[in-house]
Write a protein that binds this ligand. Structure first.
Ligand SMILES: Nc1ncnc2c1ncn2[C@@H]1O[C@H](COP(=O)(O)OP(=O)(O)OP(=O)(O)O)[C@@H](O)[C@H]1O
Length: 281
């Protein structure tokens, strides 16, 4: 399958600080890939290099099959969308006018503005100046701007970090839809639930290195079989292993009418991250 992003032996240093150490990965067309890592692991640095906002210290980075620095060309820039913290919104203009400017720039019909505002749940704020919006609302305007032109490739740096769970869920649905329509998505997050909800593959980034890169399902099974918790009628909890001894215990509690609930303790991506790196997300 065609690779949209190809990264080989990528190194980035800031003075004597090594932010990325020999990073390799590819992103296939149509994929949603997530970089999951704690603060300082190198997520933003990766996105900035992939979008030609920062130059690599060493290594080969290709986007759409071409060296990444060519993305500075406006015609190529139109194929990508970027959400990072440096929003570049016009504070005194309304939400609608901010997006109208970009619609002109990208040759997009104004009717699309309504669609993206619905996706980010901001239709009520259409006529509000950006300076009157909360941090989370501004983040959503920036997201709306990034997807206005249905880019072939979308970069999202912590897209829902300032948002409440309901808005986050709604935005996740919108991003999945955009992906179904053909947009390849590269996102960073420190939220394992977000990585699971959106990503076909997830990279664990720690101290500037990719520790693992696989599907969320494969990653979860790497941390071993889930144990099983039984809640008994006397409100005590018993944990058993998913093997013959566990089956015998469960059957015993059931036969005696003592069992209230059975709960499988699936390992989370966060558990595996801690196992691998000794650090919480
Ligand atoms: N302009 C810079 N100058 C010096 N060091 C930098 C610069 N930008 C990033 N770093 C360092 O590089 C490392 C990776 O930073 P980066 O911002 O990529 O991490 P991150 O995973 O995005 O963190 P966060 O989740 O807090 O945004 C950190 O140690 C950071 O201090």
């Amino acid at each position: 399958m065609e690779n949209i992003i190809e990264v080989n032996s990528l190194v980035k240093s800031f003075g004597d600080k090594l932010a990325l150490k020999d990073v390799d990965f590819n992103v296939r067309k149509g994929e949603t890939i997530g970089f999951l890592g704690p603060s300082g692991s190198g997520k933003t640095t990766t996105i900035k290099i992939l979008t030609a906002q920062l130059a690599a210290t060493a290594g080969d980075v290709r986007v759409f099959g071409e060296p990444v620095h060519l993305l500075k060309d406006p015609a190529r820039m139109k194929k990508i969308g970027i959400l990072t913290d440096n929003s570049g919104l016009y504070d005194r203009l309304t939400v609608q006018d901010n997006l109208a400017l970009y619609a002109d720039l990208y040759d997009v019909g104004k009717e699309r503005i309504r669609n993206v505002l619905e996706m980010v749940s901001l239709t009520d704020e259409e006529r509000t100046p950006v300076k009157k919006l909360s941090k989370g609302m501004k983040q959503r305007v920036t997201l709306a701007r990034a997807i206005l032109h249905k880019p072939a490739l979308l970069f999202l740096d912590e897209p829902t970090s300032a948002l409440d769970p309901t808005t986050t869920k709604h935005i996740h649905e919108g991003l999945r839809e955009l992906n179904r329509e053909g947009t390849t998505i590269f996102l960073t997050t420190h939220d394992m639930n977000e990585a699971e909800a959106l990503c076909d593959r997830v990279a664990f980034l720690h101290d500037g290195e990719i520790k693992l890169l696989d599907t969320p399902q494969n990653l979860r099974t790497m941390s071993g079989s889930p144990s099983i918790s039984l809640l008994l009628k006397d409100k005590t909890t018993v944990t058993v292993e998913p093997d013959e001894s566990g089956a015998a215990a469960i059957s015993g509690y059931m036969a005696s009418g003592n069992l209230l609930t059975i709960h499988s303790n699936e390992p989370t991506l966060g558990d595996l991250f801690v196992q691998l790196t000794g650090r919480n997300l």
